[in-house]
Design a protein around this ligand. Structure first.
Ligand SMILES: [Zn+2]
Ligand SMILES: [Zn+2]
Length: 321
């Protein structure tokens, strides 16, 4: 018997995706439309699960209470657009197409693309362990992408949209500029191709990792304890990354899921406790504008970053665009 995910995905494929592809003359995408619909359903379920876990936590022990939380609704829109619309398309449809093409091209040149199992034979048949190893490698790549986005003025101009929120909640993880998202997808996708993540595992990895990232943005007084915080990133740890910097203070805690890279490369700070979040250097539209206003403000800041001469940097972290 088909499970409810299959049934819903089949219905979506039949009544929404195929008519849409037919109308737009893109029927050659039909073969991936079922997978696309299935991961859109998984994405919707993920949003529901995140909501069911994080909302009670935020009510239980909130860091902050706001009389008016209108700005949070825009973050919720970012999350739904990203998890149900963009991520299923990018991680399943695009990734699948590119992987088939890349593997075919490499095979034509007599080269068999790498997979983790072939590089490390002890992983053969160990599906759960392989999944965890893929997650660790991708998280390592995420650490460096995130760190770099704080180093270049143009990149920080885009990434600052993520930091502009003064009312940070579990919805804030997907609050990103679309150009920043494109860079992130390319970065993540290229690494996934290089290490040979199978097409079906890729969206599943993104689902698991993004759930943990949502939790790390939650407005909750939640620490995992001395040891726990060194194993997995907690809301307390990631909040320190979003904190408004005091004079002379450096940005810290760039990790997404595991804090190990921050510890290894000396960017971890476990001492900052439930700081105030936001980015005072950006224009107000980045914080409280509508979705479109935020995106435009991001483009303006991005263009300005090329025009002005670089301001003096403190601690190698560009925060003055
Ligand atoms: Zn950041
Ligand atoms: Zn964040």
């Amino acid at each position: 018997m088909q499970d409810p995910f299959d049934l819903t995905a089949g219905w979506l494929q039949e009544h929404l995706l195929i008519p849409l592809l037919y109308e737009t003359g893109l029927m050659n995408w039909e073969d991936v439309s079922y997978g696309w619909a299935l991961f859109a359903v998984y994405g919707a379920v993920q949003v529901a699960v995140t909501f069911a876990v994080c909302l009670p936590l935020e009510h239980w022990r909130p860091v902050e209470r706001w009389p008016d939380s209108k700005a949070v609704w825009v973050d919720a829109l970012y999350t739904v657009l990203s998890r149900v619309g963009i991520l299923p398309f990018v991680t399943y449809v695009l990734f699948y197409r590119i992987q088939v093409w890349a593997n075919g091209t490499l095979a034509d040149h007599g080269w068999v693309p790498p997979t983790l199992e072939r590089m490390f034979p002890f992983l053969m048949g160990e599906q759960v362990l392989t999944f965890v190893v893929y997650a660790i490698i991708l998280d390592f790549a995420e650490y460096w992408r995130h760190w770099l986005s704080h180093q270049f003025r143009w990149w920080w101009a885009l990434h600052s949209l993520h930091h502009a929120q003064r009312q940070m909640t579990f919805w804030s993880d997907d609050r990103n500029h679309l150009l920043d998202d494109v860079i992130a997808f390319v970065w993540f996708g290229v690494i996934a191709l290089l290490i040979g993540v199978p097409p079906l595992q890729f969206p599943l990895l993104v689902l698991v990792l993004r759930f943990l990232e949502s939790l790390s943005h939650a407005n909750v007084r939640l620490s995992f304890g001395w040891l726990g915080e060194r194993l997995l990133i907690s809301p307390r740890f990631h909040r320190a990354h979003h904190g408004i910097l005091a004079a002379g203070q450096r940005s810290c805690n760039y990790g997404a899921v595991f804090p190990w890279w921050d510890m290894m490369f000396r960017t971890a700070d476990f001492s900052r406790d439930y700081v105030q979040t936001g980015d005072p250097s950006g224009e107000e539209a980045l914080a409280t504008g509508t979705y479109v206003e935020q995106q435009w403000a991001g483009v303006r800041r991005f263009l300005r970053s090329f025009r002005r001469r670089p301001a003096a940097r403190s601690g190698g972290v560009a925060r003055s665009v």
